[in-house]
Write a protein that binds this ligand. Structure first.
Ligand code: ATP
Ligand code: MG
Ligand code: MG
Ligand code: MG
Length: 378
C-alpha cells in the first residue's frame, strides 16, 4: 500500500520562492512506487490551493528569479499580520474574503488534510517554520515531517532560541534585544545601550525571520540606526549580536530521540556577510563540503550540533549554523533552522549526500521519523 504524502509549499512568508523550489524538488524525488504525492500550494496571499491551481503555484518556480530581499509589505509580519486579525476570512476554516485585495486564508477542509498519511510542510519562515502549521497538523492528528510545535516556535525566535542554548551551556555570541516599541519611543537610548553592551561591528536582526531578510551589519551609529529601522519593519522584536570575525560552518542533523550529525560544510559568502543576495541572487557564494577544518574542530562542531538540537527538543531534521572564530578556532552556535532549504542544491541535502544518505533516502527517513514521532506522542 502506497503512502499518501501531502507536500505543502509556498506560503505567506518572505521565503515563499525558496519554499516553492524546495517543494518542487521533494515532489520530483518521491518514488511513485512507494508514495502518492499530492502538491498543496499556499499563495503569497495565504490561500491554500490544490490540483491545477497548486500546479500553477509550482510553475512559478520556472520563472523564479530571486531579486532583492522581499519587501516587508509582501510578507506576513508586523502591521500586515495585525491587519489580518479579526478580519472576515482569517482562520483555517474561514470563508474566502469577497473583496479583492483583502488578505484572506481560504478554506482548508480538514477532510483534505486528513486524507494524508503524512504531510511535508516545506515552508520556511513565519507561518510555516514557526509551529503554526505544525499546530494545525497536530489538531488534525496528522503525522508531519520536521520539528513539533515547541521546537519550531523556539527555533524561529532567535531570542528564545539563545536563552535555551545558554541554559544548555552552549557557546554563542553576546546579544541583547528590544521591542519595536522600545526602539521607536527612545531610539537614542537604545543606540547608547547597544554601544555600551556590544559596540561595533554588530548584527541587527528581526527576531523571527530567515534567509537573512532584514539583517544588517552595523559599523557605526548611522549604520545602527538604519539597521534598527530595517529590522523593525519585519518584526516587533529586534535582536542585536556582537559582530564576530568568523568562518561559517553548517551541520545537518536528522533524527528524533537519537539525532545524527552529518559532516560539516563551510560557506564562503560572496558578500561581506551571508546576506540575502549572497544566498540567492548572485549565486557565487561557495559551499565547501566537507568543511576544511582540523579534525578536533570538526568533531566539536558535530557534537555541538546534536547538543543544540536537543536543547530545543528538536525532532525530524534541522540545519545547525555555526561560527568558527578565525584566530582561535573557537566554535560558537549561531542558530537552528528547523525547515532548511531543501532543493537538491541546498546545504542540508548536500551535507547528507556527502555523509552517505542520498536525497531520496533522506526523504524516506524523514517520512518514517514523522510517523514514528506521531505514534509516540499520541
Ligand atoms: P538562515 O537563512 O540561515 O535562516 P537567518 O536569517 O536566520 O539565516 P542568521 O543565520 O542569524 O540569519 O544570520 C545570517 C548571516 O549573517 C550569517 O550567515 C552570517 O553571515 C551573518 N551573521 C549573523 N550574525 C552574525 C554575528 N554575530 N557575527 C558575524 N556574522 C553574523
Ligand atoms: Mg535562520
Ligand atoms: Mg532559515
Ligand atoms: Mg543562518
Amino acid at each position: 500500500q502506497r503512502i499518501r504524502v501531502g507536500v505543502i509549499f509556498g506560503g505567506k512568508s518572505g521565503e515563499h520562492e525558496v519554499s516553492i523550489l524546495s517543494g518542487q524538488s521533494i515532489l520530483k524525488a518521491l518514488d511513485p512506487e512507494k508514495y502518492i504525492a499530492v502538491p498543496i500550494g499556499i499563495t503569497r496571499r495565504g490561500e491554500w490551493v490544490v490540483g491545477a491551481e497548486a500546479a500553477q503555484v509550482l510553475q512559478e518556480a520556472a520563472q523564479i528569479q530571486l531579486g532583492g530581499p522581499p519587501e516587508p509589505s509582501s510578507i506576513d509580519a508586523g502591521a500586515d499580520r495585525d491587519a489580518a486579525v479579526g478580519q472576515p476570512g482569517a482562520g483555517p476554516h474561514a470563508v474566502p474574503a469577497s473583496q479583492p485585495g483583502e488578505t484572506a486564508l481560504t478554506l482548508v477542509p480538514p477532510a483534505l488534510v486528513e486524507s494524508f498519511d503524512v504531510v511535508i510542510p516545506v515552508l520556511h519562515g513565519p507561518n510555516g517554520e514557526d509551529g503554526t502549521i505544525q499546530g494545525m497538523l497536530e489538531l488534525f492528528d496528522i503525522p508531519y515531517v520536521g520539528a513539533g510545535v515547541l521546537a519550531s516556535a523556539v527555533g524561529m525566535d532567535k531570542v528564545f532560541m539563545k536563552k535555551l542554548f545558554a541554559s544548555a551551556g552552549l557557546p554563542q555570541a553576546a546579544y541583547t534585544f528590544y521591542t519595536r516599541k522600545t526602539w521607536e519611543s527612545d531610539p537614542e537610548a537604545v543606540l547608547a545601550d547597544v554601544e555600551a553592551k556590544l559596540g561595533y561591528p554588530c548584527f541587527v536582526k528581526p527576531a523571527n525571520m530567515g534567509s537573512s531578510v532584514g539583517i544588517s551589519k552595523a559599523k557605526n551609529r548611522t549604520g545602527l540606526t538604519a539597521a534598527f529601522k530595517l529590522a523593525a519593519k519585519y518584526d516587533r522584536k529586534i535582536i542585536v549580536e556582537e559582530g564576530l570575525n568568523v568562518r561559517e560552518v553548517e551541520v545537518a542533523v536528522l533524527g528524533n530521540d537519537e539525532p545524527k550529525a552529518s559532516v560539516p560544510g563551510e560557506i564562503v559568502p560572496s558578500n561581506e556577510f551571508y546576506d540575502y543576495n549572497a544566498k540567492y541572487v548572485t549565486g557565487d557564494s561557495a559551499l565547501i563540503i566537507p568543511a576544511p577544518l582540523p579534525p578536533d574542530v570538526t568533531e566539536e562542531v558535530r557534537r555541538l550540533a546534536v547538543e543544540a538540537y536537543r536543547a530545543v527538543d528538536c525532532t525530524g531534521l534541522a540545519r545547525m549554523d555555526f561560527f568558527v572564530e578565525r584566530e582561535t578556532d573557537r566554535v560558537l552556535v549561531n542558530e537552528i533552522n528547523t525547515m532548511p532549504g531543501f532543493t537538491r542544491f541546498s546545504m542540508y541535502p548536500k551535507l547528507w549526500e556527502a555523509t552517505g544518505v542520498s536525497y531520496a533516502e533522506l526523504i524516506d527517513q524523514l517520512i518514517q521519523l514523522a510517523i514514528e514521532r506521531h505514534r509516540e506522542t499520541r
